[in-house]
Design a protein around this ligand. Structure first.
Ligand SMILES: Cc1cc2nc3c(=O)[nH]c(=O)nc-3n(C[C@H](O)[C@H](O)[C@H](O)COP(=O)(O)O)c2cc1C
Length: 312
């Protein structure tokens, strides 16, 4: 019985976003526990040599599974950083009032929206809500306000330039943007956006111009840019950053807002150093998020997911 509950949570967590849609995880139902393992065969050696984004992605999947369990009224305990690639072990410890059903419902609805957002402002207080959900996990949110936005723009442009001229990175990107349909992974061409002038440039997925989505009428006028950061920079911090990222993504989707992660600024060492200075050397940037009001009601198409990630 418990195994059915745990398997169902892992099924829901298959929707989790991940770096280049690598889905670098494996779930195992073992007795009364659900184990989350990192799948290092899916590490991106050029983009993510240390496995930071791999671990952040696993943290997102972990949070998705916990949201699914809480929404079904299951109380859980979680052991994090169990042993090497065994990143977390979830145990169901009893029943509780169902919570966060809006977040659970947002899981299949959430898609990375790379189109420019509308000029309409994000509702007052929304960023503060995200700050609270992140801080509950020991992760801080720095908002790039008008003064720091120019420096962030330069940082993002620098990451883009360095990536553009990095032959090994371009080869890795091409591999993950040209996956066979049977692999059910990789960045879906239909989810990327044709180049368009933007306040802050985004990672370019198809430098050869094979993008799928039209940018639409937005100009990112009302977009807000947030950096999720931690005091330390260990795998435990990366996992926590992933959980906070998931909480922010699902809260954003549940509020009818749009969001896209921006992590080239963290991956490229030179731009990461610039981000560090932008944070006044307070801590370690883990991910950046662009949040806003969608400029069009046209849906972003869903991206593929692997079926064979759950064992036991
Ligand atoms: C850790 C992490 C880093 C990501 N970095 C970027 C990024 O820099 N730029 C981007 O457009 N999308 C980024 N994404 C979004 C993924 O590309 C996206 O989740 C994946 O392709 C699946 O699509 P979906 O989010 O629509 O389900 C990131 C996602 C995660 C979890």
């Amino acid at each position: 019985m418990t195994s059915t509950i745990l398997r169902s949570a892992a099924e829901t967590a298959r929707h989790a976003p991940s770096i280049f849609n690598t889905q670098p995880w494996r779930w195992e139902v073992r007795g009364d526990a659900l184990e989350l393992h990192a799948d290092r065969s899916r590490l991106l050696p050029v983009t993510d040599p240390e496995g930071r984004m791999l671990t952040v992605s696993c943290g997102v999947a972990l949070h998705h599974a916990l949201v699914a369990l809480a929404a079904e009224g299951h109380r859980t305990s979680v052991e994090r950083g169990v042993d090497g690639d065994l990143l977390a072990r979830i145990t169901v410890t009893g029943t509780a009032q169902p919570t966060g059903t809006n977040l659970r419902d947002a899981i299949p609805e959430r898609h990375t929206d790379r189109r420019p957002f509308a000029d309409t402002p994000v509702p007052d207080g929304f960023v503060d809500r995200l700050r609270d959900v992140a801080e509950a996990r020991g992760v801080y949110v720095a908002e790039l306000d008008a003064d720091s936005l120019v420096r962030f723009q330069v940082t993002a442009a620098r990451a883009g330039e360095l990536d553009e001229n990095d032959v090994a990175y371009q080869a890795e990107l091409a591999e993950w943007t040209h996956r066979p349909a049977s692999s059910a992974d990789g960045v879906a061409p239909g989810s990327t956006v044709a180049p368009t002038p933007r306040k802050v440039p985004l990672r370019s997925f198809f430098p050869d111009g094979a993008e799928g989505l039209l940018p639409g009428p937005g100009h990112d006028g009302g977009a807000r840019y947030l950096v999720l950061w931690t005091v330390g920079d260990s795998p435990a911090d990366w996992l926590a950053a992933g959980e906070a990222m998931s909480a922010a993504l699902l809260a954003t989707t549940a509020a009818g807002l749009a969001v896209s992660p921006m992590t080239d600024v963290v991956e490229v060492p030179a731009s990461r150093a610039m981000l560090h200075r932008l944070l006044d050397n307070l801590g370690e940037a883990q991910v950046a998020l662009r949040i806003g009001v969608p400029a069009t009601s046209d849906a972003v198409p869903p991206t593929p997911r692997r079926a064979d990630v759950i064992a036991g």
